[in-house]
Design a protein around this ligand. Structure first.
Ligand SMILES: Cc1ncc(COP(=O)(O)O)c(C=O)c1O
Length: 406
């Protein structure tokens, strides 16, 4: 038997042991949505995370939501009045939030001329990934009437320690190497751009507060150093994010209160060149990750060489990350449950698969579960971030997943 990750806080069952999501049972939600596979996103845990962020962080820190984690339209509309800005990674993502009236920043390598033009016209802050991209943006803006809002994404000489995905400290397609940033800033200002500041993103999915505290302090010191060399104060510094959530056995939730108090002290003592700078943190998974549940129905129960397989109507085409194929080196089990037997004790070990013709399509391997039959619902937790937005939904032309905000 293999262990599974911790079920996120707040999920309970009714008197019959059925999983409740936002006070309704999983079966009720599936009936309402018209079937499985279904992603349900519960607004309550999202609101709790945002409140917790606000209480823990210094007041001057703006909270941006990185919509790559989950760009479901009703969720974006719901969250818009609870955050201070959106971070997008393509013109497609920009189109999903442009009407919501919040400041938008656009980071990501490989922005085409058309994407740059769309962003400049929309008044979005473009986080420039290279000198070449900067020149293209300036040339495109020269044909329009307003100065482009341009920030420099910096490739820092350090990365976020212990992060699931590190960005920084290496040669990279992301950002301009830190020692070339001052020259680029001067170039942008001389060319008449509305230089918005710096964007420094060091990694994602970190669970150690100490590592984030160290990365944020180093980021602020680097921003000050770059500003001093450029001879100009940045209006804004985006400190990146990287706040992780527990997915796997042994993972602990992040102590963001410790991060907040340390960041408060760092900002109080910040170099003068950053005295009037506004700071932002951009987060995706920490805000929405634990609020999502993927529900998929068992279609077949079979034995093979002594092992029990529960084959579902879902799979990695919707939940690539739970299959272990979204950046994990070693596959580990996400938290899972049989939704209509959530209160029941484990009776057997079983492997839950999707319906794709590939052995990669594992949703849970060799886990302890109550006995489940075809027709029962499997719940995969921690499905609110990088679920559908990070999965190859077209693969094998299986039915698309439904989504629902409750
Ligand atoms: C530039 C940038 N911003 C924000 C994020 C969101 O990270 P997370 O969802 O871990 O908070 C990422 C993740 O890759 C990123 O690359």
């Amino acid at each position: 038997m293999k262990p599974m990750g911790p079920i996120p806080p707040g999920f309970t069952s009714d008197a019959e042991g059925r999983l409740l999501i936002g006070e309704r049972t999983a079966d009720q939600l599936v009936a309402e949505a018209g079937g499985t596979p279904l992603f349900v996103y519960d607004t309550r845990p999202i609101a709790r995370q945002i409140d917790r962020f606000r209480a823990a962080m210094p007041e001057e820190i703006a909270l941006h939501y990185a919509i790559k984690a989950n760009s479901y339209a009703p969720l974006l509309s719901w969250i818009a009045d609870k955050i201070d800005g959106f971070d997008v990674a393509s013109a497609g993502e920009l189109g999903r939030v442009a009407h919501l009236g919040l400041p938008i920043s656009f980071a990501g390598p490989g922005k085409t001329d058309q994407q740059l033009e769309t962003a400049i016209r929309a008044g979005v802050t473009i986080n420039l990934e290279s000198e070449g991209e900067a020149e293209r943006a300036l040339a495109i803006a020269a044909t329009g009437s307003r100065p482009p809002r341009l920030a420099v994404r910096v490739n820092p000489p350090f990365a976020l320690k212990g992060a699931g995905m590190k960005m920084g400290g290496l040669a990279s397609q992301f950002g301009v190497d830190h020692d070339r940033a001052p020259a680029l800033i001067r170039r942008l200002i001389e060319a008449g751009a509305d230089w918005r500041g710096l964007h420094i993103f060091t990694g994602s999915q970190a669970l150690q507060a100490d590592a984030l505290i160290e990365a944020q302090a180093a980021t602020i010191a680097l921003a000050a150093d770059i500003a001093a060399q450029a001879g100009v104060s940045p209006p804004e510094v985006n400190l990146g994010g990287g706040f992780g959530i527990p997915y796997f056995p042994g993972d602990q939730s992040l102590d963001i209160e410790a991060i907040g108090s340390s960041l408060g002290r760092t900002l109080e003592n910040r170099p003068k060149v950053l005295g009037d700078t506004r700071f932002a943190i951009e987060l995706g998974r920490w805000i929405v990750g634990e609020a999502g549940v993927y529900l998929t129905r068992i279609v077949d129960r079979k034995q093979s060489r002594g092992e029990t397989f529960l084959v579902t109507d879902g799979g990695l085409q919707h939940m690539l990350a739970a299959s272990g194929n979204f950046g994990q080196l070693l596959r580990r089990n996400y938290p899972v449950a049989i939704a209509n037997r959530f209160g029941a004790d484990a009776q057997e070990t079983a492997t839950i698969t999707g319906c794709l013709c590939t052995p990669l399509d594992l949703l849970a391997h060799d886990v302890a579960l109550p006995r489940a039959e075809p027709g029962d619902l499997v719940a995969i937790f921690c499905a609110g971030a990088y679920g559908l937005s990070a999965s190859p939904q077209e693969f094998l032309s299986q039915p698309r997943a439904r989504e629902m905000l409750v």
